[in-house]
Design a binder for this molecule. Sequence first.
Ligand code: PMP
Length: 296
Amino acid sequence: MSEQWIYLNGQYVKKEEAVVSVYDHGFLYGDGVFEGIRMYDGNVFRLKEHVDRLYDSAKSIMLNIPQSKEELSDVIVETLRRNELRDAYIRVVVSRGVGNLGLDPFTCSKPQIIVIAEQLALFPKSLYDTGIEIVTVASRRNRADVLSPKVKSLNYLNNILVKIEANLAGVSEALMLNDQGYVAEGSADNIFIVKGNVIKTPPGYVGALEGITRNAIIDMAQLLGFEMREEVFTRHDVYTADEVFLTGTAAEVIAVVKVDGREIGDGKPGSYTKQLLESFRKTVTEEGRKVYTHGN
Ligand code: PMP
């Protein structure tokens, strides 16, 4: 296997040499932000949107990324190129940097910037054919006035605890409610429901990450002429929906066929879900920032 190159603070280093200090506040306190991005057949899907979200997350926690958005975007593309990838998962991490053992972020001299690009480990195809089962977990989504779910921070404990609850229940993904009991999102995915000819996803203020895939699916649903609403809903609406699906960079668009033991629709991926997945897969290979031009 050829060498894997990782971007670390201005240099491209071998995977084995890509190490950071134990005094990094990202490690000590989860103090930092990140992004998960995907490249399809040489195109980075919605790179600008991901980079914008990263800078918004960083701004929210007063983490000043020294590079411009353009410079960081070029680094992402260069990391993909050096690793000769065409279909990849990209992880961008910006941590507060090396400081002392105290909490104060202003003791950290400069942020550490890391870009990792790997060959994609695809979700098994069978999951798209059968759909998945999820359960509602007891843990609620972080309140937006405590740690906003819109900040994609390195502190993912809320999501990790939820993932543990789901795994203990024998399923891979969870349904998280917000502090008022309204449906928020999954541990790493946004949620959509379909009833009749109306597609709904919770609005931003319910408290969920504003997913790049979510926003792409909203655009696509509208382009396909479907009725798309951002609306608050409850578990009852999920149980009685004709279709339920999750969206995310890793999951793309995946049907949910059972929630808390209730079969959704006829227990199979529905037609809206299938059409949106098909349209999504078509778009991702055509749209986006091209890493390779024809012939290289
Ligand atoms: N919610 C959470 C909590 C996530 O971690 C993710 C994955 N980034 C998503 C939703 C989906 O967002 P995206 O479509 O941007 O991957």
